[in-house]
Design a protein around this ligand. Sequence first.
Ligand code: GSH
Length: 323
Amino acid sequence: MSVQLRHHRSRDLDGVCSNAAQGAWVSSSMADIPSASAAIRIFCVADAFISRAPLFMYAQASAVGGRAAKQGLCAGKEKMIELYGMSSPNVLKITIMLHEAALPYQLHHVGVFEGDQFLPTFKALNPNSKVPVLVDHGGPAGASHTVFESGAILLYLAEKTGVGLASKPLARSRQMQWLMLQLTGIGPMFGQLTHFSRYAPEGNDYSLARYRSEVRRLLKVLDERLSDQEYLSDGYSIADMATVPWIRLASTMYPWLQADGEGRVLADYPSLGRWLQRVTARPAVRAGIEAGERFLPEDIAMFKKAGNDQFDRFFGRGKYLLA
Ligand SMILES: N[C@@H](CCC(=O)N[C@@H](CS)C(=O)NCC(=O)O)C(=O)O
């Protein structure tokens, strides 16, 4: 059923529907392997990668997913949802949503540091060669439906399940605005800041200052928004699900955002910090993060192994620069 990537290291666990998520959220996973894991996550910014890739596969379903199984949602593998991803924030948005919606799914690892995303089999799923990609084998009219772009996936799942998106037009419109702000502002700007602070050659002070300022501006927008409400708009929604992995990442990655050694508090943005704690306390959010971050060791190993050419391809520089 799943797409064949180059290396099939596949770990198929017990089967989606019988496999409940276990364990507590490993909130310290970045602290365990600090620089490498931070480095992994920032690759969401880049545009290219190289070479081959193991495909790790495992089945993951939440405790609520277990309930879904009892309700018959797991009847027949043809109804299964497959998610292609890694341990990065754009993927965690989707694992969070799947757990919030109690949908059983199978999660396949795409080795972006080895270039799985450029394989023809993967490009057939996403011509833009990026994760996440979701394949719903129980799509509309029972047909399989493939969705790429994390925002489109969130909307698809919200419409499929009724979870995470208001039904009333005005509330829905407001939630969409905050979702779009994450997709078009927070993700790309945080990504560029990470690129220029960690990966660009010397002499990019202008870019660095610009992106740092833009990130600070966006954090302030969120902080002000959350100063008098618990969630970004009209209750907890896919806007919060999309934003939380990025804020969590930023709070651990940028020293100037950290209030303590744990890096879990956004000192200058207290309302945002409280929101982060509130959202990450949700069991489904913890389960979704844990599911995606199970791939962290593999991602780190591939990242460490990647050579100059692979990084050049990933960043679209050197011989991969399109002039
Ligand atoms: N706009 C896309 C961005 C996806 C994205 O940047 N994915 C990263 C991982 S978080 C990726 O696949 N990188 C591999 C590459 O750029 O080659 C979305 O929201 O889905």
